[in-house]
Design a protein around this ligand. Structure first.
Ligand code: SAM
Length: 284
C-alpha cells in the first residue's frame, strides 16, 4: 500500500510518510553507511541548531525530515528548504528514531551535500593556521578538532591519508555545527608532501620525540600548517620529515601522551595566542 501522500502547502515538495518501507526513507537510513554517503555525496545532520547553522553558513538542505509533532518549531527550516528546492518529509517519531538510530531522536534531520575543498586551491596566507591530520581514526577526535579549529579562527583542516569520514553522523555531531564553517580538504600523503613544497608556510610537527618546547616557537612570522599524528602510531616518518620545527608538549606524570584532540587544542591556542584576546571592556 502506498503510504505517501502529498500535502497542500507545496505540492511535490512536502510529503507525509508513515512507513519505514518507503523508498526515500530507506535511502536516508542507508546514509549511516559510508559507502552510501559517498555514492550520493551527501550526509545527515541532526537537530535544529545544526541545521540552522548550516543554512546560515550558506549550505542548503536537500531533504528535511521532521516529526509531525515538530511542525511548528521546524516551520522556518522547512520553508527555507523548500525555497531552495529541497524536499520536506513529515514522519512519525518512530521513523526519526530509525533514521538516527536513537531512542530519543532529534525531531529534525537534514540531508545535505558533502563539501571538500580541493587541496590545490589552498595556499596558506598571512595569519593563517591550517591543521593537517595524519590518518585520524576517531570520529569524536575529528569532530572536536573541527570545533576547536573553528573556535580559534583556524583557516581549515586537511585530512591526510586514510582518515575517518568527516561527514559520519558521529563526527558531524561532535563538531556541534563547526563542520559548516570550516573548510575541509583531503589528500593522500604523497600529494600532501608535494603540496607542502610549494607553500610559503611553517610546517609545525607534533611528536613525542620532538626536541622543541611548543611554547618556544614564534608562530607569527609565517602562515602555519600544524601536523598532528595518528592516535595509535603518531606522526608518519615521511610527514615528520617535512616538519620544522618538531615540537613537544611537556608532560609530567605517567601518561604516555595526550589525547589527539586535546593536544591539537593546546597547540592551536598557543599558535593563535596573539589573535585570541577578549574585547577590551571584558578584560578590566
Ligand atoms: N603512541 C603514539 C606515539 O607514539 O606517537 C601516540 C600518539 S598521540 C595519542 C596522537 C598525536 O597527538 C601525536 O601524534 C601528536 O601529534 C599529538 N601528541 C600527543 N601528545 C603529545 C605531546 N606530549 N607532544 C606533542 N604532540 C603530542
Amino acid at each position: 500500500m502506498n503510504t505517501v501522500r502529498d500535502t497542500i502547502s507545496a505540492p511535490g515538495r512536502v510529503k507525509e510518510i508513515a512507513s519505514l518501507a518507503n523508498r526515500q526513507i530507506k535511502d536516508i537510513r542507508a546514509l549511516f553507511q559510508k559507502k552510501q554517503r559517498d555514492r550520493q555525496s551527501v550526509f545527515l545532520a541532526e537537530g535544529q541548531k545544526l541545521l540552522i547553522d548550516a543554512l546560515d553558513q550558506g549550505w542548503s538542505i536537500r531533504t528535511l525530515v521532521h516529526a509531525k509533532s515538530a511542525a511548528q518549531s521546524a516551520a522556518k527550516i522547512a520553508a527555507r528548504t523548500v525555497a531552495a528546492g529541497g524536499d520536506v518529509l513529515i514522519v512519525p517519531e518512530k521513523v526519526l528514531g530509525a533514521i538516527t538510530r536513537r531512542d530519543n531522536p532529534q525531531m529534525v534531520v537534514g540531508v545535505l551535500e558533502q563539501r571538500f575543498s580541493p587541496l590545490d586551491a589552498i595556499s596558506p596566507g598571512t595569519g593563517d593556521t591550517w591543521v593537517a591530520l595524519d590518518r585520524v581514526r576517531d570520529p569524536g577526535n575529528l569532530g572536536t578538532i573541527v570545533r576547536t579549529a573553528d573556535a580559534v579562527g583556524a583557516a581549515g583542516i586537511i585530512l591526510v591519508g586514510d582518515c575517518v569520514d568527516p561527514f559520519s553522523p558521529e563526527t558531524v555531531r561532535a563538531t556541534m555545527g563547526s563542520v559548516f564553517s570550516i573548510p575541509i580538504a583531503r589528500s593522500n600523503r604523497n600529494a600532501f608532501i608535494e603540496w607542502s613544497k610549494m607553500q610559503n608556510a611553517m610546517f609545525v610537527g607534533t611528536h613525542l620525540s620532538g626536541s622543541v618546547d611548543y611554547r618556544a616557537v614564534d608562530y607569527t612570522k609565517q602562515p602555519v600548517v600544524l601536523l598532528m599524528g595518528n592516535e595509535q602510531q603518531g606522526l608518519d616518518d615521511e610527514l615528520t620529515g617535512i616538519c620544522d620545527p618538531l615540537v613537544r608538549i611537556p608532560q609530567a606524570g605517567k601518561a604516555d601522551s595526550l589525547n589527539l584532540a586535546v593536544s591539537t587544542g593546546v597547540m592551536l591556542y598557543e599558535i593563535r595566542r596573539e589573535v585570541l584576546t577578549l574585547p577590551d571592556k571584558e578584560q578590566s
